[in-house]
Design a protein around this ligand. Structure first.
Ligand code: 5GP
Length: 171
C-alpha cells in the first residue's frame, strides 16, 4: 500500500471542525464535570486538540483496545484508573468503522462502571462499513470506505504524524 496523493481533510479544516465540536460539548455539558475517555492510540491528536478547546472541568481516562482483524471481536488491553461511577463520560475515538470496538466498549462501561451518561465523539465516521448500530453524538467528518490515515490514524503504525487526513491505496 502507498499513501494517496489526494487529501481528504486539511489541517485547517480539521482544526475548525474540532473547535466546533469542542464548543458544542462545552455548551451541552455546561456546569458539569466531564470525563474524556480516549481510545489509544489513534485519538491522541484529536484528544489533545479537543480537550484544550473545551471550557469545562475535564478529567481524562486512557483506554487501549484491540480491534480484531476478523472484524468480529474487540477487547480492552489497558485502562488508566479513574472511577466513572455517576460521572458524565465522553468517549473520544479516532474513527468508527464497523462499530464493533465502540459497541463492546459502551456495553462494558455501562455495565461495569455505572456512569451517569455516556456519549461518543468520533473524529471520523465511515458509515458504509458499519456492522453494528452504535451512537455517534459528535462527529468530525464522514469518510468514504477507504483506509484513512493521518492526524493519529495509522497504517501499520505509519502516518500517524501527518497533520492532515488522507488514505492509503494499493501500489
Ligand atoms: P471498528 O471496530 O469500528 O471497525 O474499528 C475501530 C478501529 O479500527 C478504529 O479505532 C481504528 O483504530 C481502526 N480503523 C478502522 N477503520 C480505519 C481506517 O480507515 N484507518 C485507520 N487508520 N484505522 C481504522
Amino acid at each position: 500500500m502507498k499513501l494517496a496523493t489526494g487529501i481528504l481533510y486539511t489541517e485547517k479544516q480539521i482544526k475548525q471542525r474540532v473547535e466546533e465540536i469542542a464548543q458544542q460539548v462545552s455548551v451541552d455539558y455546561a456546569g458539569k464535570t466531564l470525563v474524556l475517555c480516549a481510545i489509544l492510540k489513534g485519538s491522541i491528536p484529536f484528544l489533545a486538540d479537543l480537550m484544550r478547546r473545551i471550557s469545562l472541568d475535564v478529567r481524562l481516562v486512557l483506554i487501549e483496545m484491540k480491534s480484531q482483524v476478523d472484524g468480529e471481536h474487540a477487547s480492552i488491553l489497558f485502562t488508566s484508573s479513574l472511577d466513572l461511577s455517576g460521572k458524565h463520560v465522553l468517549i473520544v475515538e479516532d474513527i468508527v468503522d464497523t462499530g464493533i470496538t465502540l459497541d463492546y466498549l459502551l456495553k462494558r462501561l455501562e455495565v461495569e462502571r455505572a456512569p451517569a451518561s455516556i456519549r461518543v465523539a468520533a473524529l471520523l465516521d465511515k458509515p458504509e462499513a458499519r456492522k453494528l448500530d452504535v451512537p455517534v453524538h459528535y462527529r468530525g467528518f464522514t469518510v468514504p470506505d477507504k483506509f484513512v490515515v493521518g492526524y493519529g490514524l495509522d497504517w501499520q503504525e505509519r502516518y500517524r504524524n501527518l497533520p492532515y487526513i488522507t488514505w492509503v491505496e494499493p501500489e
